[in-house]
Design a protein around this ligand. Sequence first.
Ligand SMILES: C[S@@+](CC[C@H](N)C(=O)[O-])C[C@H]1O[C@@H](n2cnc3c(N)ncnc32)[C@H](O)[C@@H]1O
Ligand code: SF4
Length: 453
Amino acid sequence: MNNLIQKYNIPGPRYTSYPTVPFWDNDSFSKQRWIETFQQSFDESNEAEGISLYIHLPFCEALCTFCACNKRITKQHSVEVPYIDTVLKEWKLYIDLFSSRPKIKEIHLGGGTPTFFSPENLKKLMDGIFEYADVADGYEFSLEGHPNNTTREHLQMLYDLGFRRISYGVQDYDLKVQKAINRVQPFENVKQATEEAREIGFTSVSHDLIFGLPHQTLEGMTETINLTKSLNPDRISFYSYAHVPWIKGVGQRGFQDEDLPSPEQKRELYEEGKRMFEEMGYFEIGMDHFALEHDSMYQSMKNHTLHRNFMGYSSSKTQLMVGLGVSSISDSWYSFAQNEKTVEEYEKSIHSGELSVFKGHILSEEDLTMRKHILNLMCNLETSWEGEKMQINNIERIKIMLEDMIDDGLIEFKENGLIVKEEGRPYVRNVCMTFDKRMIDNQPETRIFSMTI
Ligand SMILES: C[S@@+](CC[C@H](N)C(=O)[O-])C[C@H]1O[C@@H](n2cnc3c(N)ncnc32)[C@H](O)[C@@H]1O
Ligand code: SF4
């Protein structure tokens, strides 16, 4: 196994989009083209399936030194109301561009820390959203909660608004790890937040754990997983720690590189975690996720309806996803658009009456084909180009690039397609990279991605 890790542990994208953000072609993108594609997408899909909303709520009271998310650290809660007013103004800018009243199929409140906001302010936000929208059948509303500040009042208010899914950031229970990542978070807090969500009626509680954090050991990881087991979350996200200290603002400086486990140790942590989760009755879903049989994520994996977008895996898909808030990314299927990355710049553009989009990408025919294969691989671990106009030279190139993985028993080709074997699952990102035409054609000169393992 160690040889395979050495061979395949290279920098690579996590494929929450294709093309990945560093390979967007900003030159052929404009705000006007973005507006045209999302209006087209809205007209094609709102009636039949509805739209999704991602709302980014960036504030956190303290910096966790492992965190790669877009966040703003502050203890000043006076930032809440102006920020929510801006998000609602942005929503109204979109509403004015839609040809009819939107039907919302999915809402995800992400962060930062959505539960940094008071229940009253979150209610104000959601009321403002629903003022101009209806709810689609089979809707799913979810949020990310911080176990240290999610209160019963938050949970009750969000439940009353239709939220049924919550994911809590847990990361690791080992105090030495918690101190190194500046996130001391007792088990009791997670227990209380989990139990309260269940009592109120949330049907899916998920815990985020990370392997590969500083000072993590097999023993500590086993203890973390045993504590997790005692709370029986419906889903577990088991993320590989993405060490990306070169990205401005991540703040990954609270420990030394030597404190991190080696790639081999990191792999062992994953293997042990996976073994324990499976023993506990969880099924591995795509990459990073485990779910119990009753959970909709497991059901969508079985029905081959699992989808992946900027929020990670999702059990339902809409053609149009509108991202509101600082740094949010929207996806009209034909194009991507990202909002300004600082709160100040975001607020400035919205208050001048403009969408805050500052970059994006219009997908070409070839992008759409490659995106489909990458999504198939990430979600179903297989793909097929049966009856498709996939260019022969692309297929030949992919076959040559994957020769080693075939010899190593990680994947196999079938007629007009390929399958990632169970042994190849940890290397699925490497397989996707052979379909990543944009990256192959524009090899990056500097490090932009975390390691694949
Ligand atoms: C926005 S946070 C969750 C909500 C809340 N802020 C909290 O921390 O509890 C989303 C999740 O992303 C994951 N995450 C953040 N930075 C990461 C990194 N560098 N590598 C892997 N996972 C990371 C963590 O598991 C975290 O719980
Ligand atoms: S892990 Fe969560 S609480 Fe910590 S800095 Fe990142 S977003 Fe904020």
